[in-house]
Design a protein around this ligand. Structure first.
Ligand code: PLP
Length: 513
């Protein structure tokens, strides 16, 4: 089945784009025997770059936090200016030249194969297109679909940069209540069903922005059954789903609280690898269930290789891909030639096919499990913690004062901590009596205390979906605040110290020290 026509979703700007005339000549330039005097291309002999040499980890390297070049077997490859010696897939003469807007052909084919094998899109004629990472990808999607003043459906807590893109356009978020599995389908359905009555004369939202795996900031992951429910509602109300999924590969098992009596967690087992089992273990994506071409998926190499690559890719219907291509021609032109060259050669060196990259991803995944466990274990050590269903409930050490809770994430990089304020005397007294928004005021104070203890975490208010104005808290949000703690960028020693500092601040602030 092919994608259906969603051209009625295009913004007027996107619909009006025409091809850049000079770009339309590029296909002739590569014809055999063609002498081109048409483009303003510098001759490659005038590039100062002759050859680059790279040393990289082999895909199966075990990556404990202290891996250094000396204790792992390195692979080496070169990218020369001229010719593709040793089976190279790119040379610098083309890699650093003005390039096809959609991406380098070899890389595009690789990414297409990756999409086919890992996501298995449910419609046939999906297209892929490189971009400069998901931030760029989302910005191009906003340009593709949004008009000033549009309402955008999104998770109640979301990634702030995505909102910062459309807030200046006068767009507004429609926050959707979440549970441990992400957006609640019943809430989405009610919101859309009641939209016209609740907002007479206001265009119904036609975009759902969702971070389905290891959601930023809440860490939750949406199972496929929930995705299917949400997808069906989006079909019913004709909503385009934008699946921004940078943490997709970082999926892990369920966390089990360590025995506090033992005082330590067993070291992780050495990673074993089975490609089919690895692929099988990954939750199905919105793209996997998309039979209509209604999903625009954003993938990025930021979390799977390095953010500085500024490289990612769209998967979407040919119609959306073509419109994004037009917008790219006159903005970023193409993803960086350096990034595409080096990443192409790396993926090639890790071959054959997708094998090496998948192996690498599985190794990476096992490192994030370890980091997730370090952080959760540290809470169990510094506080009294019990596991109740999905949640870990955390009490002051040696007390029954409930300080906080979290759902140990099964993907991603973040622990979303909910702090209960009602038993804090300063909050219950001074803050509640003197502030219109005591939770936010107290969050700020607590955050500052935590900074003073030399620990930087991010305050929950940064992630609140923007509705165009500050709305009063609903009952479920009273007397609680959130903080987001990233377990990605740290060592075990640092994470232990961090949670020790946090524990010091909280015990002191609750008078439990
Ligand atoms: N989208 C989400 C949900 C993120 O959490 C992040 C990174 O923090 C990004 C996008 C940014 O990705 P990129 O580096 O590819 O622009």
């Amino acid at each position: 089945m092919d994608a259906i026509d969603f051209s009625h979703h295009l913004s007027p700007i996107s619909a009006a784009r025409t091809p850049s005339p000079l770009k339309s000549l590029m296909k002739y330039m590569s014809m055999d025997g063609m002498i081109s005097l048409a483009g303003g291309l510098p001759h490659p002999s005038l590039f100062p770059f002759v050859n680059i040499e790279a040393e990289v980890y082999s895909p199966g390297v075990y990556l404990p936090s202290n891996t250094s070049e000396s204790d792992s077997e390195l692979l080496r490859f070169n990218v020369h200016r001229n010719g593709r010696a040793n089976g190279q897939v790119v040379d610098l003469a083309t890699g650093l030249q003005y390039a096809p807007t959609a991406g380098f052909p070899w890389l595009l084919q690789y990414v297409r194969d990756f999409v086919r094998v890992v996501y298995q899109p449910a419609y046939k004629n999906f297209d892929v297109l490189m971009n400069d990472g998901s931030t760029d990808g989302w910005s191009k999607v906003v340009n593709l679909l949004c008009e000033p003043g549009d309402y955008i459906l999104l998770e109640k807590y979301t990634f702030p940069s995505t909102q910062a893109n459309w807030i200046p356009m006068g767009c507004k978020g429609v926050p959707l209540e979440m549970d441990a599995h992400g957006i609640r389908a019943d809430v989405l359905e009610r919101t859309l069903r009641e939209w016209d009555n609740a907002h007479p004369g206001v265009k119904r939202p036609h975009i759902l922005y969702v971070i389905p795996t290891g959601q930023n900031p809440t860490g939750c992951t949406m199972p496929v059954a929930r995705k299917q429910e949400i997808y069906d509602i989006c079909v019913k109300y004709d909503v385009i789903i934008v699946e921004d999924d940078p943490y997709y590969i970082l999926q892990f098992d369920t966390y089990k609280l360590p025995s506090v009596a033992n005082g330590h967690t067993a070291p992780p087992p050495p990673p074993s690898y089975d490609e089919a089992a690895f692929l099988d273990s990954l939750v199905k994506t919105f793209l996997s269930i998309d039979v209509q071409g209604r999903v625009i998926r954003l993938d990025t190499f930021s979390k799977t290789m390095a953010p500085g690559n500024r490289l990612g890719f769209f998967t979407c219907s040919p119609l959306f891909a073509e419109r994004i291509l037009r917008a790219t021609e006159t903005s970023t032109q193409a993803a960086s030639g350096w990034s595409q060259s080096i990443v192409s050669e790396l993926l090639h060196a890790w071959g054959p096919g997708l094998g090496g990259y998948l192996r690498w991803l599985s190794g990476l995944q096992s490192q994030y499990v370890i980091r997730r466990n370090w952080m959760c274990d540290a809470f169990a050590k510094e506080f009294d913690a019990v596991q109740e269903g999905d949640e870990v409930i955390v009490y002051g050490k040696g007390t029954r004062v409930k300080l906080l809770s979290f759902v140990p994430p099964q993907a991603g990089m973040f622990l979303w901590v909910k702090v209960y304020l009602s038993e804090n005397k300063e909050y219950a007294g001074l803050f509640k009596s003197s502030s219109e928004d005591p939770e936010t005021a107290f969050e700020q104070k607590l955050w500052q205390d935590i900074i003073d203890a030399k620990l930087l975490i991010s305050p929950g208010r940064f992630y609140v979906a923007w509705e165009g104005e500050k709305k009063p808290r609903d009952a479920a949000e009273r007397d609680i605040v959130h903080f987001r703690l990233a377990f990605s960028m740290t060592t075990k020693e640092k994470v232990d110290l961090a949670i020790q500092r946090l524990a010091g601040v909280l015990h002191h602030a609750w008078g439990l020290a």
